[in-house]
Design a protein around this ligand. Structure first.
Ligand code: ACO
Length: 427
């Protein structure tokens, strides 16, 4: 603990403890502020507010650092697998070989969904956005798995966590299959987590599907890059929903709803659409000018981040992965050329330099996903699939915290003061 923070309001002085984490900024513990002073703090968008204590993920936005339980994302992306990262996030450590075998086996045993859930999809229009289906189907899981919704029972929490991580690829692949009118493909537990997802997405019952190991590796790395990201909007949504005691399936559905927005998970879809719209490097200056124009709401999608004021470390791994996927598939995509040149031009432009706007994870992810064969509407679904492990780990951490209370922000009220009701004929 550091020195106390001194605070003065209406002539009275107060002191609040300063708490120090293992790394990162200190925090001023203002939990007693309202009781002692009668004042609230005002921080819409939570730019200066730590909403919880967490041991999971650390970001240094100024330096472009992202650590999961201490391990740098670049090292995890290079050496690890999504299942290993899932173990790290959920159980606290990288697994030994035996722990890894046990964990992978446990997850694998939960890949199937209740048969009745398959019928649930028929209620959606075929042209429904797959994220709409994800919100609905994941929320509906609580109606199917009653034996893992008691949040006060650690064993049930553990089973719900495994179920969510294991079933998400199946549910996501089914959302895709439904939209293109193809039959659902059951999981094949001989395959890896990611290989299984690729087969359920791109395979058909009429033919054998052979997983391309290079694509499987790239996809697995994309999942690692999206696994967790501290207290972002959707994770905070999951925590807030969970703080009321809601069951984990409902909480993850809330996270999916939040992730859908274009300022968050929807940005990779928007980034690729933007790059396609630009179409040719010659048009880049026009779009840069629009992004800088205060009277134009247009923003460079895939650029800028609330926390990173440096290169998002995930974006550089993603850029490298695009090259690898293109080499494997022996394709060239003019959109990638547009992206590289747009990045270079923006990074040399005083507006982007001054505002510290760098490419974020979404800038390149759409290009790879499109090359692998996913339609843009599936991009956010893939993000949700991978982020589920982070959401579940954060939710577990919150529920296990004895100091956990319902999340209940306050407000600066600017509406009318008390006034008397007027009968309709007198208004
Ligand atoms: N293009 C042009 N200008 C931008 C951009 C951008 N992409 N992003 C921010 N700015 C400008 C803003 O206009 C603002 O300028 P001002 O100070 O003159 O008003 C300044 O930079 C700060 O922007 P804010 O919106 O205040 O920053 P905030 O932290 O609230 O927003 C966000 C972060 C939402 C990510 C923003 O940068 C953005 O909209 N980016 C595009 C969408 C995107 O890529 N989202 C993905 C985020 S990563 C993820 O969710 C995985």
């Amino acid at each position: 603990m550091g020195d106390n923070a001194k605070f003065s309001i209406n002539g009275d002085n107060f002191e609040y403890p300063v708490l120090t984490g293992t790394v990162g900024p200190d925090v001023v513990d203002i939990r007693k502020l309202y009781a002692q002073t009668g004042a609230f703090t005002y921080d819409p968008g939570f730019t200066s507010t730590a909403s919880c204590e967490s041991e999971l993920t650390f970001i240094d936005g100024g330096e472009g650092v992202l650590l999961h339980r201490g391990y740098p994302i670049e090292q995890l992306a290079e050496n690890s697998s999504f299942m290993e990262v899932a173990h790290l996030l959920l159980r606290g450590e990288l697994p030994t070989e035996d722990e890894f075998a046990e964990f992978t086996n446990t997850i694998t045993l939960h890949t199937m969904v209740h048969e009745q859930l398959r019928g649930f999809y028929q209620g959606f229009r075929r042209d429904a956005h797959p994220m709409a289906i994800m919100c609905g189907v994941v929320g509906a899981l609580s109606a199917f798995y009653h034996d893992s919704t008691d949040i006060n029972d650690p064993a049930q929490r553990r089973i719900a966590s495994h179920r969510l991580v294991a079933k998400m690829p199946t549910i996501a692949a089914m959302a895709y299959k439904y939209s293109i009118g193809q039959p659902f493909v059951y999981p094949d537990n001989k395959l890896s987590y990611t290989g299984n997802f690729l087969r359920m997405t791109f395979g058909v019952p009429a033919e054998e599907y052979v997983v391309n190991p290079a694509i499987e590796k790239a996809m697995d790395r994309i999942f690692i890059l999206h696994a967790d990201h501290e207290q972002n909007a959707s994770t905070s949504t999951v925590r807030l929903a969970g703080s009321s005691g809601a069951n984990p399936f409902a909480c993850i559905a809330a996270g999916i709803a939040c992730l859908w927005g274009p300022a968050h998970g929807g940005a990779n879809e928007a980034a690729l659409n933007m790059l396609k719209e630009i179409g040719h490097p010659d048009r880049i200056p026009e779009y840069i000018a629009r992004a800088k124009d205060k009277d134009d709401p247009f923003r460079l999608m895939g650029f800028g981040h609330r926390v990173y004021k440096n290169y998002d470390p995930r974006a550089s791994v993603m850029q490298e992965t695009v090259r690898e996927v293109f080499e494997t598939l022996k394709v060239k995509d003019p959109v990638f050329e547009v992206a590289l040149q747009l990045e270079e031009m923006a990074l040399n432009d005083p507006y982007f330099i001054e505002k510290k706007l760098f490419p974020n994870v979404d800038f390149y992810s759409g290009i790879i996903l499109s090359a692998i064969g996913f339609p843009t509407s599936m991009f956010t679904v893939l993000f949700a699939l991978a982020r589920t492990v982070g959401w579940v780990a954060q939710w577990n951490e919150m529920i296990s915290d004895p100091g956990q209370r319902i999340g209940r922000p306050r407000q600066l009220y600017t509406g009318p003061t008390k006034r008397d009701y007027v009968q309709i004929d007198k208004r």
